[in-house]
Design a protein around this ligand. Structure first.
Ligand code: ZN
Ligand code: ZN
Length: 248
């Protein structure tokens, strides 16, 4: 088995060599030099973008007092999106042409580095939890051939040793890409966009669990809030967000 997969990887590398998205060096999507320029965050931030050094970083209360009534318990993201052309490129090519699906491994390792830097590598944080990728509509997933958030969740699952639950939370309504619409318009558009595949009683997957919602970019948080609403109705104890980068 192992021999086969090594041969397969070797063949893939031979025919589809990887190049660093930062400097074009062959052999990897992100070489060590370019990786060292990424500003992988040492802090946790509140949903409202307040730095955790400005409020008590209680792991059970991952947000400031103003954000207490939000459905999402807190957010983890590794990179600021705006400042870095390389971050933008990594995420863009992960979900748009040339559709580098296997960038998921590199991006997951960036998130893991963030968890280690912020002391989130303890059993307490991850026990009794599941990973849930933010779903795409069937049509969208068919167009792309994969759900980038699911690929990321699968890679994180290998390292964190917690299960991924895909295709139970589903997206049934098409919504415009986050960056193309105004906040109010987007929130309205997202209402009712996410559902459980079956009735609540048929989906015991989330009951009493800490759910980590996985997405590539966190923009205003409307998508994750909307997903969290559904997951909480399905019995999730708490819902946290994980994104590679934060947009605003
Ligand atoms: Zn490089
Ligand atoms: Zn806040």
């Amino acid at each position: 088995m192992i021999k086969f997969s090594k041969t397969k990887t070797f063949m893939l590398d031979l025919f589809f060599p990887k190049f660093c998205l930062g400097c074009q060096k062959e052999g990897t999507y992100l070489c060590d030099d370019c990786r060292s320029f990424l500003d992988i965050s040492e802090f946790n931030y509140c949903l409202c973008d307040k730095n955790s050094s400005h409020f008590l970083p209680d792991p059970k209360l991952g947000k400031c007092s103003r954000c207490q009534d939000k459905k999402l318990s807190g957010l983890y993201f590794a990179l600021p999106y705006k400042d870095s052309a390389l971050t933008k490129k990594l995420i863009y090519q992960f979900k748009y042409p040339p559709y580098l699906k296997d960038l998921a491994e590199t991006l997951a390792s960036i998130l893991i580095e963030h968890f280690i830097k912020t002391g989130k590598n303890t059993n307490e944080i991850w026990e009794n939890s599941v990973l849930v990728p933010v779903p795409l509509t069937k049509k969208k997933q068919k167009e792309r051939g994969y759900n980038q958030s699911e690929e990321l969740a699968k890679e994180l699952s290998k390292i964190l040793k917690i299960p991924v639950i895909s295709n139970v939370l589903i997206k049934t309504k098409h919504t415009k890409p986050q960056m193309e619409s105004k906040k109010e318009e987007r929130e309205k558009n997202l209402q009712g966009a996410f559902k459980l595949k079956c009735g609540v009683s048929d989906t015991p997957h989330f009951s009493g669990k800490k759910v980590f919602l996985i997405d590539d970019v966190y923009t205003t948080g409307s998508t994750m809030q909307e997903c969290a609403k559904v997951l909480k109705l399905a019995g999730a104890k708490s819902v946290w967000g994980i994104a590679i980068a934060r947009e605003e």
